[in-house]
Design a protein around this ligand. Structure first.
Ligand SMILES: C[S@@+](CC[C@H](N)C(=O)[O-])C[C@H]1O[C@@H](n2cnc3c(N)ncnc32)[C@H](O)[C@@H]1O
Length: 250
C-alpha cells in the first residue's frame, strides 16, 4: 500500500482552490453558453472547495449540483452554500466522478475545473455525455501544452507528473471525435494560477518548512511541492490550463 505523508494533506487543506482558476475565466467560459433555458440545471464535477461553484451561482439563476468524493470538501462547501443563502438551488453531493449518480439527460451543462484529468479527458467526454440533454454544454479546464518543444526540465517533470497532457489541437480533436462541436477554447491567464492557488500554497509551504525543519521526510514532500511552483514560474509559456467549451448536437 502506498503511504501518503500526512504533511501532503496539511499543505493542501483549507486553500481557496485546489487548482488554477478564477472568476474571470469562469465568467468568460460561461458567456459562451448560448440559448440556455432561463433556469438551467448544472453539474459541477470535482468541485473541491467550490469557489467556481459559488461563482457559477452568481452567473446563473439555475440550479447547480456540485460533486466531489472528498467528504471534507463536501462539508465545507455545504456550509458555504448555507451561509450564502443558496441552498434552495445549489447542493453538494459526495460521489465518484467515475460513477455519477444521475439520470441520463438530466443536465443542461456539465462543468469541471481542473478535475477531468482524474477520469481522463477522453473518458470524461464520453462517459459524462449521457448525463447531458441534447444541445447541452460541457465546459472543462485541462492542463495543456501551449508550445512545442518544451525545455527538458519541464518536459521530464510533466512526463512523470501528467504523461497524458496533450496540446490544444489534440484536445480539440478529441472533443470532436466524441461527438461534440467546439464552441471555444482559451488558456487561463497566469493570474489564475497565482492568486487563489500557487500564492497561498507557497505561503503554506514556507510555514510548514519552519514547522517541520527537523523532519526530513516532511521536508522532501514540501520540496516537491515547491518544485512544481518554481517550474511554472520559469516555464509558464510552455504549458497552462485551457478552458474547453463544447456542445452536443440538439
Ligand atoms: C485539482 S482539484 C480541483 C477542485 C476545484 N474544481 C478547483 O478548481 O478548486 C480536483 C478535485 O477532484 C476531486 N476528486 C478526485 N477524485 C475524484 C473522484 N473519483 N470523484 C469525484 N471527485 C474527485 C478531488 O477531491 C478534488 O477536489
Amino acid at each position: 500500500m502506498i503511504m501518503i505523508n500526512p504533511v501532503f494533506f496539511e499543505v493542501h487543506s483549507n486553500l481557496p482552490r485546489q487548482g488554477p482558476g478564477n472568476f474571470e475565466a469562469t465568467r468568460l467560459a460561461f458567456s459562451h453558453l448560448e440559448m440556455l433555458p432561463d433556469r438551467p440545471r448544472l453539474l459541477d464535477v470535482g468541485c473541491g472547495p467550490g469557489m467556481q461553484t459559488l461563482d457559477l451561482a452568481r452567473l446563473t439563476k439555475g440550479s447547480i449540483v456540485a460533486v466531489d468524493n472528498h467528504q471534507p470538501y463536501v462539508d465545507r462547501l455545504s456550509e458555504k452554500i448555507q451561509q450564502s443563502g443558496l441552498d434552495d438551488r445549489v447542493s453538494v453531493v459526495c460521489a465518484d466522478m467515475f460513477d455519477l449518480p444521475f439520470a441520463p439527460g438530466e443536465f443542461d451543462v456539465i462543468w469541471s475545473e481542473g478535475a477531468i484529468y482524474i477520469i481522463g479527458f477522453d473518458r470524461g467526454l464520453s462517459q459524462w455525455r449521457s448525463l447531458l440533454k441534447p444541445g447541452g454544454y460541457l465546459a472543462v479546464s485541462e492542463l495543456t501544452w501551449l508550445q512545442p518543444n518544451p525545455p527538458e526540465a519541464v518536459r521530464s517533470f510533466w512526463e512523470e507528473g501528467y504523461p497524458a497532457m496533450r496540446t490544444m489541437d489534440e484536445n480539440l480533436a478529441a472533443i470532436e471525435e466524441n461527438g461534440y462541436a467546439i464552441v471555444d477554447a482559451f488558456p487561463l491567464p497566469e493570474s489564475a494560477w497565482w492568486d487563489d492557488y500557487y500564492s497561498p500554497l507557497e505561503q503554506r509551504i514556507s510555514k510548514l518548512q519552519r514547522k517541520y525543519s527537523s523532519n526530513a521526510e516532511a521536508l522532501q514532500v514540501l520540496d516537491m511541492e515547491r518544485q512544481e511552483i518554481d517550474l511554472y514560474r520559469r516555464y509558464s509559456k510552455f504549458y497552462g490550463y485551457v478552458f474547453y467549451i463544447a456542445k452536443l448536437p440538439a
